[in-house]
Ligand binder design. Structure first.
Ligand SMILES: Cc1ncc(C[n+]2csc(CCOP(=O)(O)OP(=O)(O)O)c2C)c(N)n1
Ligand SMILES: [Mg+2]
Length: 595
């Protein structure tokens, strides 16, 4: 194999264990793209429809496997398109390496075609490491540094490769001054706090009578330790969205999601606790945590920068979640008074009854809560779920009971639309034998998902298990924002910005050779999911849902109720439907089981 810079670059990625690059061609990376022909199955080029999707897939790969994800784009427009997906990875602390082309070195600075100042463009998103190759002797160093720094800092790094360099021979740095000699390899360290700090944390947790735990993505590898800690402390556990897979939703003391998409038991947990133990979470909304001073706090995070950020904690521990909880557990006294946990368990049982009753409330034509309620028990073991941004994620957070062994992610901190379908494809490449489900709004389908279904139709036959289900909530509305405007700002719906065109998602799926099922009646939901989860090809389940079903915060406050009323009075075009549905849902909450 000729050892051009491009060949060397790709071989070095394979030496790091990379097996797949998500990308899109362009003449700024012709040399690199051509080099893939030498690698065949050892390094697969996955072709997307848009570079942003490549970055989402690389991010999903990192989120679901813990490995580094790699994406590739051409100079100028291709590199610019990557950005949103890269920010998604950066903000959710995922190791992703972006490789982009650049104008040839002799043209640089010449306002050349597709010449964009990529170093500046990537300087924020990849600030830990962004380098433009200037010499063929740098190739080893740049790959090694980009991958290692992405892993070590759990962040995005970028390599910019001018196109003329891609074709020339790679060079090894000579053994002399002004050269860099890097090597392979990264293993995660064991990070545990100092003994004295563990003792201080144990003192706080042992003194508490009503302990609340909040777990996030950082606790994903610590399910057992989190459960043991909750049992010893008699605690309730709320899960930030990115940590939804940490604990089985059927455990009696799990209060479920928290925040605007959260549950009432999580609200109670945080309002009534006297001690807060936060593990691996940067959940942003402080108003959903205890009021300052009302609870003593202990936080565990692998990243010291994330400590004491949302609540002024008494003990801040830098550590790996599983290792730290394991070190803490022998110091924790088993709480003999279980009344706090028992009380929470009662409220949690009651909450699930409310959720079920609300899901059963009739709507025109489908209640979206019912859609998720019917899907949840039908999810195959080990399913991987990818949420988008919208009410599609609210119901995923509230109505789906994840079981141990499942995975679930969303765009957490960036909360970008359009990640659902590419996340699902990225997950499927990583786990071709597992069932993957994307939960996506119609706005997000029109933004990205529809195009990426073409990618799905291109690749699904390669997967050992072809089952991938895209659940589309067709509500003809940018519903999440419509509700935010009503409930948070008191603004009526502006049809010009919120209504979106109807589109035949299921029929379109069939055109692409996928299975398409459109559901318009509640009794069709169960059979539709049964068909989708036993199909021999990917399925789009298009649920024709009612945009008037309220997605209010679990504890809707007086202020928000007032704002909602004002919004409706100010001429909301859907006021009638909204009022009808809100009253029906409120009634279901009061009288579970009776519609
Ligand atoms: C890229 C991007 N643009 C805009 C938003 C703001 N936003 C958040 S949710 C949402 C509505 C999503 O609509 P849809 O996909 O139809 O889902 P729905 O809420 O209707 O279920 C919008 C516009 C965003 N988060 N990301
Ligand atoms: Mg919508």
């Amino acid at each position: 194999m000729a050892s051009s810079v491009s060949n060397y670059l790709l071989r070095r990625l394979t030496d790091w264990g990379v097996r797949r690059v998500f990308g899109y061609a362009g003449d700024g990376i012709n040399g690199i793209v051509h080099a893939f022909s030498h690698f065949e199955d050892r390094l697969k080029f996955v072709q997307v429809r848009h570079e942003e999707m490549a970055a989402f897939m690389a991010c999903a790969h990192a989120k679901f496997t813990g490995e580094v994800g790699v994406c590739l784009a051409t100079s100028g427009p291709g590199a610019i398109h990557l950005l949103n997906g890269l920010y998604d990875a950066k903000m959710d602390h995922q190791p992703v390496v972006a490789i982009v082309g650049q104008a040839a070195r002799p043209a640089l600075g010449g306002s050349y075609q597709q010449e964009v100042d990529l170093h500046t463009l990537f300087k924020d998103v990849a600030h830990e490491f962004v380098e433009e190759m200037a010499s063929p002797a740098q190739v080893r160093q740049l790959v090694d540094r980009a991958v290692r720094i992405a892993r070590a800092e759990r962040t995005v790094t970028a390599i910019i490769v001018p196109k003329d360099l891609q074709e020339i021979s790679a060079e090894q740095p000579p053994h002399k001054h002004s050269t860099v000699h890097t090597g392979l390899g990264w293993t995660s360290p064991r990070v545990v706090p100092a003994e004295a700090d563990l003792a201080r944390a144990a003192e706080v947790l042992n003194a508490g009578r009503k302990v609340a735990m909040l777990v996030g993505a950082g606790a994903l590898g610590a399910s057992q330790e989190v459960a043991q800690t909750a049992e010893v402390l008699g605690a309730g556990v709320a899960k930030a969205l990115l940590g939804k897979a940490v604990l089985d939703d059927r455990l009696p003391y799990v209060t479920g999601s928290i925040g605007l998409l959260g549950t009432k038991p999580s609200w109670t947990l945080m309002n009534e606790c006297d001690t807060l133990l936060m593990v691996g979470s940067s959940f942003p909304y402080s108003e959903f945590l205890p009021e300052e001073g009302k609870a003593r706090g202990v936080q565990i995070d692998i990243d010291g920068r994330m400590l004491g950020l949302r609540y002024p904690m008494e003990v801040n521990l830098v550590g790996d979640s599983a290792e730290t909880l394991r070190a803490l557990l022998p110091r924790l006294a088993h709480k003999t008074d279980r009344s706090w946990q028992k009380g929470l368990e009662k409220e949690i049982q009651e909450w699930w009854r409310i959720i079920e009753s609300q899901a059963m409330v009739e709507a025109k034509p489908l209640n979206p809560e019912r859609v998720y309620w019917e899907m949840s028990p039908r999810l195959p073991d080990g399913a991987i779920l990818a949420g988008d941004s919208g009410t599609s994620t609210t119901w995923l957070a509230r109505d789906v009971k994840l079981r141990q062994g499942m995975l679930c992610s969303v765009s957490g901190n960036l909360a970008t639309m359009g990640c659902g379908v590419p996340y699902a494809i990225g997950a499927k490449f990583a786990y071709p034998d597992r069932v993957v489900v994307a939960c996506v709004g119609d706005g997000a389908m029109q933004m990205n998902g529809n195009a990426e279904l073409i990618t799905l139709s291109k690749y699904w036959k390669e997967w050992a298990d072809p089952r991938l289900v895209v659940l589309v909530l067709n509500n003809r509305d940018l519903n999440m924002v419509t509700w935010e405007m009503r409930a948070m700002s008191g603004d009526p719906k502006l049809a010009a910005s919120q209504d979106i065109p109807d589109f035949p998602y299921a029929r379109y799926a069939e055109l692409l050779g996928l299975q398409g099922i459109k559901v318009e009646r509640p009794d069709e939901l169960g059979p539709a999911f049964d068909r989708a989860f036993s199909a021999s090809r990917p399925t789009v389940v298009e649920a024709y849902t009612d945009p008037d079903v309220p997605t209010l915060p679990p504890h809707i406050s007086f202020e928000q109720a007032k704002d909602l009323t004002y919004a409706l009075l100010k001429g909301d075009p859907d006021a009638g439907g909204v009022l009808r549905q809100t009253v029906k849902e409120a009634w279901a909450a009061l009288k579970p089981g009776k519609d």
